[in-house]
Design a protein around this ligand. Structure first.
Ligand code: BGC
Length: 621
């Protein structure tokens, strides 16, 4: 009996094994056939019209593949194997999301890995790899760092802005990424906001023209641009932030239809005319509700009224900030019109939730198809599918030509606010330099440079501090003391105090009273004792309150966040280059004047310097 039993069990095992093997073989054949089936698929034919390729591809995609395309995942949360498994549509490096080896080669290898993984998926739909290159490819050391947008706003030159964007895109492409979260079209009305410097100006016309120029520049070097943050970002009310660490960032914009139409929308309209392919919805609220839940603004206005054909992407975790329930939040965001969701973490949950929402009828299949079509349209039209994106050689990164443009941009973004016959400095014998920003590349490049919050200090190779620029250019003897303590007791002809803000990003830069630090004020006071004439250069992301100090200074220069080429600032101080930059936003006299509207200050008093103010340097003094 036992022998018979054993024989029966063996037979059963053999039969089961055969069945399992058979089933696996069957699955293998099915997957092979389905892959095979896609080999000659029409969507792979670059000669066909894009809409035909989209039709063909969408008709072949499974529901889960479609939902996967709508997921934008932060690279540290995404193992390579999951890219194809979940058919992920986009991968991003949030600021600081760098490869282990943070070199241009390291980036190229890392992004190449994600692209290859997506190409190996059943459909072979390439991912879009996105990042914030908002003042050059700031994520990577040794790249060319341009002035932050507020500086380009001051320069107010569309040709310059377009060229800066083109070179930025070239350096980004050299590292393999395709998609840049720029330009910012925010209109900052309150200098207490930590993101003033990411915007061009509070003037919608200036922002619109420069934004369109950046879109053109980014597109010309084969990157996908992103206009952000839709809409009304910059006009939030102080104290309204939903983030407990912040005061105004991620706060509420008053829901005003008149301002919407006359100010907030026009820059986006221009960006759409310039061909922008993606638009990022802000983390601000419109009235009492999260922007990412606003169907009227995203679908009715942006997509239908303005005719935007690209895709709408939500900002970092924004689709989950609508309500307590993650499921309900995602459903609301997608139904409002968000096409790609910057999750940026839990993609498995997102895919399951959206699949469930479709089953339950909370989201329609048509809505999913519409989102996917928009994403695919951008992937096709930008040449991603056909590997048409030429990757420039790595040698373009930080090249002398690129740095020359950054030097030019730094010089052209400088606004001269006061000058009692000191500038340009032509015949000085001895110059003393002081202040926290004189020899601090981290300060002059600001945040979004290698780290989200930037890095204070001199760590960026290939860059030039303003002090080094002065030493290179000036024929005078140049002495430097950060704190303004000079050992010699004589009086030098000129003192240059380079002072300002340490780097900060987003709500971490919200500040109730932006002004110079006590250390900088002390350095200025000491320097003043040791020089005939005092020039103040402010390195900052926004106007600072300097009303009490201004009268004791002979010259004042706003250099914003000039970037890696500090010598551009020295060029202007020493008359090597001229600047015709104007103030891109009013410089307040008091905090009580804030916020400014286009009509003026809140309390009706004049600012210290009005929007568009500038002095032209005269070489004849
Ligand atoms: C910012 C966006 C940025 C995104 C990705 C968010 O915190 O608000 O401007 O593009 O992060 O880094």
């Amino acid at each position: 009996m036992p022998a018979r039993n054993t024989r029966t069990s063996i037979s059963l095992i053999l039969i089961s094994a055969a069945l399992v093997i058979g089933a696996l073989y069957f699955l293998f054949l099915v997957s092979l056939i389905s892959r095979q089936f896609l080999v000659d698929a029409a969507y792979k034919d670059p000669s066909l019209p894009i809409e035909e390729r989209i039709d063909d591809l969408v008709s072949r995609m499974t529901l889960r593949e479609k939902i996967g395309q709508m997921a934008l995942v932060e690279k540290n949360s995404l193992p390579l194997d999951d890219v194809a498994r979940y058919g992920i549509g986009g991968v991003l490096s949030g600021a600081g999301g760098k490869p282990k080896e943070n070199t241009p080669e390291g980036w190229r290898v890392m992004i190449g890995g994600y692209v290859a993984a997506s190409r190996a998926s059943r459909t072979g739909i390439p991912i879009l790899y996105g990042l914030d290159a908002n003042h050059g490819h700031g994520n990577v050391p040794d790249t060319t760092i341009f002035p932050h947008q507020v500086g380009l706003g001051a320069a107010n030159d569309t040709v310059l802005a377009e060229n800066v964007a083109r070179i930025t895109a070239k350096e980004v492409r050299a590292t393999g990424a395709h998609w840049i979260y720029s330009p910012s079209l925010d209109l900052p009305t309150d200098i207490r906001w930590g993101r003033v410097y990411e915007a061009f100006s509070d003037d919608p016309v200036r922002a619109a023209e420069l934004g369109a120029a950046v879109v053109r520049g980014l597109k010309s070097a084969n990157t996908v641009a992103t206009a952000k943050h839709f809409v009304g970002a910059g006009s939030m009310t102080w104290g309204s932030s939903i983030n407990q660490n912040f005061s105004i960032d991620q706060g509420a914009t008053y829901a005003d239809e008149y301002l919407l139409r006359t100010q907030y929308l026009p820059p986006f309209k221009r960006a759409i005319e310039a061909g922008v392919e993606s638009i990022m919805v802000g983390l601000n609220m419109w009235g009492e509700h999260q922007m990412s839940s606003n169907r009227y603004l995203i679908t009715d206005i942006l997509k239908k009224e303005l005719g935007f054909q690209g895709f709408v992407v939500s900002d970092w975790y924004g689709a989950y900030e609508i309500s307590e329930s993650k499921y309900a939040s995602a459903v609301q965001a997608i139904n409002a019109g968000i096409d790609m969701v910057m999750l940026p973490y839990e993609y498995k949950r997102f895919i399951n939730d959206v699949e469930r929402a479709i089953r339950r009828g909370d989201i329609t299949k048509e809505r999913i198809d519409s989102a996917v079509r928009r994403i695919l349209r951008v992937k096709f039209s930008s040449g991603l599918f056909d590997d048409a994106f030429a990757m420039p050689d790595l040698s373009v990164i930080g090249s002398p030509e690129h740095r020359a443009l950054a030097r030019e941009a730094a010089a052209r973004s400088i606004v001269i606010l006061k000058n009692s016959n000191v500038l340009p400095i032509l015949n000085a014998r001895k110059i003393r330099v002081a202040g926290s920003g004189a020899h601090n590349i981290g300060m002059q490049t600001g945040a979004w440079t290698v780290e989200w919050q930037g890095i204070d200090g001199n760590w960026l190779s290939g860059a030039t501090s303003i002090l080094a620029g002065i030493q290179n250019i000036s024929k005078a003897e140049v002495q430097y003391a950060l704190d303004g303590r000079f050992t010699e007791e004589d009086i030098a002809d000129i003192g240059i105090a380079i002072v300002g803000e340490k780097p900060y990003a987003e709500g971490w830069g919200d500040a109730p009273l932006p002004r110079l630090s006590a250390a900088d004020l002390a350095a200025i006071a000491r320097l003043d004792e040791a020089v005939e004439k005092l020039v103040i250069v402010i390195i900052s992301g926004r106007p600072l309150i300097i009303t009490d100090e201004l009268s004791t200074w002979d010259a004042l220069v706003a250099a914003w966040l000039p970037g890696s080429e500090g010598v551009g600032v020295a060029d202007v101080l020493f008359g090597k280059k001229t600047t015709s930059a104007t103030l891109p936003l009013p410089w307040p006299r008091t905090i009580g004047q804030i916020p400014f509207s286009l009509e003026g200050s809140s309390d009706g008093t004049p600012p210290l310097f009005p929007r568009n103010f500038r002095l032209i340097l005269d070489r004849s003094h």
